[in-house]
Ligand binder design. Sequence first.
Ligand SMILES: Nc1ncnc2c1ncn2[C@@H]1O[C@H](COP(=O)(O)OP(=O)(O)OP(=O)(O)O)[C@@H](O)[C@H]1O
Ligand SMILES: [Mg+2]
Length: 159
Amino acid sequence: MNPLSRQEPYVIQREVKPLDFLAAGETASDFKETLKSLGIPPEICRKASIVTYEAEMNAVIHGGGGIIALELAGDRITIVASDEGPGIENVSLAMQEGYTTAPDSIRELGFGAGMGLPNIKKYSDELEIETELGKGTTLRAVILLDPSGEEVSDLCRTV
Ligand SMILES: Nc1ncnc2c1ncn2[C@@H]1O[C@H](COP(=O)(O)OP(=O)(O)OP(=O)(O)O)[C@@H](O)[C@H]1O
Ligand SMILES: [Mg+2]
């Protein structure tokens, strides 16, 4: 059954493993393909893919792995990344461009520019981060299907 014809939320989730750089990024491509196949406009798919990729990489690199979920309901896409890693000590600091705690071994792989969270903020319409030291982190990013707030298309209305 075409998910677009249903009123209930459409949810998929994937597990990501710690420091698994071979598989890292697959969730973002997967979600992007899913959204494309559901007829979501390319610009919205692109934003969701960037947000998913950065959240996924953070779970892989900093969070000890985790679960990344994609939810489509009503007027929005919600990406939820949760992990049971060390948590973030200072969220406002972590949100700053260039701030990173990635060690050299990770930076040598090309990660750790301190741009993931700022990019998530830039490409999402709402962002919440719940974190507790020693317990883990849950990031929830919302991407509106119609960010301009104008009348939603027939397609979006049926999602
Ligand atoms: N899920 C997480 N668990 C624990 N710490 C995190 C998590 N996500 C982010 N952080 C902390 O916030 C910092 C900033 O994250 P951000 O994604 O902006 O940059 P980065 O991951 O270090 O580098 P980049 O994303 O550019 O590769 C990280 O270096 C880390 O200290
Ligand atoms: Mg990052």
